[in-house]
Ligand binder design. Structure first.
Ligand SMILES: [Mg+2]
Length: 168
C-alpha cells in the first residue's frame, strides 16, 4: 500500500543534482511550456532574499530553452516577491504544497494545462507531492544546503528511507 502511495505521489519523474546541468531538452521534447521552481534549498539557501549566481544561472538555462518560469513557495512574504522581481520571473506565494489547488489556479490563469507544466523542488513531501497531485511532471533536485531545521531534517530521513525502500 505504501508502495502504491510512493509511486503515485512521491516518485519524481526525473532527478538531478544540479539544475544547470540537467538535460532540459528532454522536458522541452515533452511539450512542457512552464517550469515551477521551489525556492528554498532548490534555488538558494533556505530563507535567502536574493538569488545567488547558481539561481541566476538556472534561470538563464531555462530562458535559453524558452520556458515560462514561475517561482512557487509555501511562504507568504515580501521575500518571495523580492526574489522573483530580482530574477524577472512570475511567482506564486502561499502555494500550499502539497495541495494542487493554488498551482492549478495559477496554471489556468496563465493559460496552460497541467500537462504543460513541470514542478521542480527538493522535497518529496511538498514539491513532488504537489506536482503529482496537480498531474504535472516532476523533477527532484538534490538539496543545495544541509543546515536545516530539525523537523526538515527528520522529513529528509523519512524521504531517504522511502526512496531506498520503494525506488525502482
Ligand atoms: Mg525547498
Amino acid at each position: 500500500m505504501l508502495q502504491k502511495f510512493y509511486d503515485e505521489k512521491l516518485k519524481a519523474d526525473y532527478e538531478t543534482t544540479d539544475l544547470r546541468l540537467f538535460n532540459w531538452q528532454i522536458i522541452k521534447n515533452q511539450k512542457i511550456k512552464i517550469v515551477f521552481l521551489d525556492i528554498d534549498n532548490t534555488l538558494v539557501k533556505h530563507g535567502s532574499r536574493e538569488p545567488d549566481e547558481y539561481a541566476k544561472q538556472v534561470i538563464q538555462v531555462l530562458r535559453k530553452h524558452e520556458f515560462d518560469i514561475c517561482i512557487l513557495s509555501n511562504a507568504m512574504s515580501d521575500r518571495i516577491t523580492e526574489f522573483a522581481d530580482n530574477l524577472g520571473v512570475d511567482y506564486l506565494e502561499n502555494a500550499r504544497k502539497p495541495s494542487a489547488k493554488r498551482l492549478l489556479e495559477k496554471l489556468e490563469k496563465k493559460g496552460y494545462t497541467n500537462q504543460e507544466a513541470i514542478l521542480v523542488g527538493d522535497q518529496l513531501f511538498t514539491d513532488i507531492w504537489a506536482g503529482k497531485n496537480a498531474g504535472c511532471l516532476t523533477l527532484l533536485v538534490q538539496q543545495r544546503f544541509h543546515d536545516e531545521a530539525f523537523q526538515v531534517k527528520l522529513k529528509r530521513h523519512l524521504e531517504k528511507y522511502l526512496i531506498r525502500k520503494y525506488q525502482k
